[in-house]
Design a protein around this ligand. Structure first.
Ligand SMILES: [Ca+2]
Ligand SMILES: [Ca+2]
Ligand SMILES: [Ca+2]
Length: 323
């Protein structure tokens, strides 16, 4: 058994040498059990506001590999996206009309000279890439719920990519206190609208995006997880509330180094699954409802996207190339 595990680890570490024969190995989940060790007790403080602590943990999987949960992130202030609505910074626009786009910085790392504006709401955290360049991150990793705007340059065709995290209170098991339980599996969701300099919408989140999951928790057993082709399907797994973390496990997959690059081949990733505002639960959140003129434009309605399981899939990467 040890030899088999070592072999699998070895093959995982050498994907380029075994690109065909080991597709099965790359798609196999690596499992961890129980809660992670806290390595950062909170990325930010939001005084005086209802805010869940955005901690980071590390957990050792059953094969000895180490995983950062809920995700390895590039959280740093210089990368903060600009705010549409953020209780922690105090910037709270009442509507899109109130935003002076010309006063916002334009992020030029992706090259090009055409200016675009991205409007984003994420449950809970995003990192936003264009052509492989990390342009901006969500300033509030967990809660309160916030929304963001990012101005950037690019040259068509360009590739949008986002790392999405449904944050967790109980690190390594994908749960938070709520709904009368200490271990409630929270849910995710990501909506984005990208407009050009003339204000014309060039992309909205929809099924044209690709989405792949890299961390699934909580799981009560391994067998409920169905992996076939590029699909890592947790929809047959229970998402019931629990009163303890006993017996909870998690599934992990390594994030490819170049996943955000324009050249990354995402054809094996499933198409994004869309979800309604009601399912994501944003109709009572001003960080969303103040901007429905953008997110729920009658002529160009952006849908929430995620992998197929909004509840158990906690680290999801999404991509979309704009022609
Ligand atoms: Ca957030
Ligand atoms: Ca979750
Ligand atoms: Ca959440």
């Amino acid at each position: 058994m040890v030899i088999v595990r070592l072999l699998v680890i070895g093959l995982l570490g050498l994907p380029s040498l075994f690109s065909e024969g080991t597709a099965w190995a790359r798609d196999q989940a690596i499992f961890s059990q129980g809660q992670a060790r806290v390595i950062n007790s909170g990325l930010m403080e939001c005084r005086g506001r209802r805010s869940r602590t955005s901690a980071i943990g590390e957990i050792t999987a059953t094969d000895g590999s180490k995983w950062t949960v809920p995700a390895a992130v590039h959280y740093s202030k210089p990368l903060f996206a600009d705010d549409l609505y953020n209780d922690c910074s105090g910037i709270r626009y009442d509507s899109p009309r109130d935003i002076d786009l010309n006063a916002l910085p334009i992020r030029t790392q992706a090259g090009g000279t055409d200016v675009y504006t991205a409007y984003i709401f994420a449950d809970n955290y995003f990192e936003f890439y264009v052509d492989g360049k990390l342009l901006a991150i969500d300033p509030v990793p967990f809660t309160p719920f916030n929304s963001s705007v990012i101005r950037f340059t690019a040259k068509r065709p360009f590739t949008l990519a986002a790392k999405l995290v449904d944050w967790e209170e109980h690190l390594g098991v994908g749960t938070e206190s709520g709904w009368g339980a200490s271990h409630h599996p929270g849910d995710g969701g990501f909506v984005a609208v990208i407009k050009d300099a003339q204000g014309k919408t060039v992309a909205t989140t929809d099924t044209d995006w690709r989405a792949q999951t890299y961390y699934i928790a909580p799981l009560q057993n391994r067998e409920c997880l169905k992996i076939s082709g590029g699909l890592r399907d947790s929809r047959h797994c229970s998402s019931s509330n629990r009163h303890s973390a006993d017996g909870l496990i998690a599934a992990h997959w390594p994030v490819p180094d170049n996943w955000a690059a324009k050249s990354f081949d995402d054809r094996s990733w499933p198409r994004a699954t869309t979800f309604s505002n009601d399912t994501v639960g944003v109709d009572n959140k001003r960080s969303y409802t103040n901007f429905t003129a953008i997110f729920d434009d009658r002529h160009n309605d952006a849908r929430f996207i995620w992998s197929p399981n909004l509840i158990l899939d906690n680290l999801v990467l999404v991509r979309r190339t704009i022609q």
